[in-house]
Design a protein around this ligand. Structure first.
Ligand SMILES: C[S@@+](CC[C@H](N)C(=O)[O-])C[C@H]1O[C@@H](n2cnc3c(N)ncnc32)[C@H](O)[C@@H]1O
Length: 315
């Protein structure tokens, strides 16, 4: 088990938007180390249910252990996997939730663990997978993708202006020897992009882009959002499927998504605006909620966080 800690972001605002009641069911799409889930478990009490999901088996088992030990007796169900398939798995198991949270991206425990390869500040294998049992690693991408594909990834998921220069440098470096470590990749990037005065590390955007590509983060988010829209339509009785089958979200379910950059926030904002405009949901956090200066001082990761929240069902 990792020795690192993850401090939950915007915990008070998440609890305010989800407004948990005793006996309700909460599903955590990204259980991480279980910080948010523990608060919800205590609020729903022994007659409530906590469904934990994470692609990362290590994080999931830590969250499960924490909620079982300190959650006040709530029933716990743990499901390992990508949250894109969570709604279907819940429906297959006859589970329906009153509250949902997706706290996107990586946990502090993952970025601080050099062995996971997420950070250019720590030397480790170039992996970056949330689920280490499947899929391509960042090293696979960096060493096998075409120059064109690398440029697309860096531009699309890193919004990196030097994508062409970095892709060419990667191709040149890997023609001599495969790029296997975070340290080597960061070195290759820094050899063609200088540090701007007062700017961050030149490797920042490339590392973000590769992590997003390796884990199909935006594709998974879009799949989850489509399932939230479908549940909103079903709750309003707008589709035949909704009338025939109990969905993964109960009518009146509260849904929160915490994002950390605009690539994540944009589709969330668009999805929530769409279901609110169609009268299928009510906005609970107009404009999105952000962290206070006090929270940022204690937890720098909260600086870029934005919480969006809706309640299914019209106003
Ligand atoms: C920011 S952390 C969650 C922290 C958690 N809320 C807490 O309080 O400890 C994000 C977690 O989401 C997981 N994750 C990211 N994308 C995922 C996806 N598409 N499917 C499942 N888990 C995912 C990561 O493995 C990580 O554990």
């Amino acid at each position: 088990m990792s020795e690192f800690r993850h401090i939950p972001v915007l915990p008070l605002q998440v609890a305010e938007a989800l407004a948990p009641r005793p006996g309700e069911t909460y599903v955590d799409c990204t259980a991480g180390r279980g910080g948010h889930a523990l608060t919800m478990a205590r609020a729903v009490g022994p007659s409530g249910t906590i469904i934990l999901n994470d692609a990362d088996a290590g994080n999931l088992s830590a969250a499960e252990a924490l909620v079982r030990a300190e959650g006040g007796g709530a029933r716990v169900v743990a499901l390992q996997g990508n949250f894109a398939s969570l709604p279907r798995r819940m429906e297959d198991a006859g589970l329906s939730a009153d509250m949902v949270l997706a706290d996107l991206g990586f946990s502090s425990t993952q970025i601080e663990d050099a062995g996971r390869g997420f950070s250019f500040m720590r030397s480790g294998p170039l992996d970056m997978r949330f689920d280490v049992t499947r899929g391509l690693t960042a090293a696979d991408l960096v060493n096998k993708a075409s120059e064109r594909e690398l440029v697309r990834i860096l531009r699309e998921w890193g919004e990196e202006q030097a994508s062409g220069r970095i892709a060419r440098a990667i191709l040149e470096a890997r023609s001599m020897a495969p790029i296997e470590t975070t340290e080597r990749l960061a070195e290759v990037i820094r050899s063609v992009v200088g540090r701007k005065p007062g700017g961050g590390d030149p490797a920042t955007k490339t590392f973000q882009a590769l992590r997003i590509a390796v884990n199909d983060e935006i594709g998974s988010l879009e799949a989850l959002l489509a399932q939230i829209s479908r549940a909103a339509e079903n709750a309003a009785g707008a589709s035949k499927e909704g009338r025939d089958r109990a969905g993964w979200l109960a009518g009146g379910a509260r849904v929160c998504v915490l994002s950390f950059h605009s690539l994540e926030d944009r589709p969330v904002k668009a999805c929530f605006a769409d279901i609110c405009r169609r009268g299928l949901a009510v906005d609970l956090a107009r404009g999105g909620w952000t962290a206070s200066e006090q929270e940022i001082a204690g937890n720098p990761r909260s600086r870029s966080a934005r919480l969006r929240a809706v309640r299914l069902g019209g106003g």
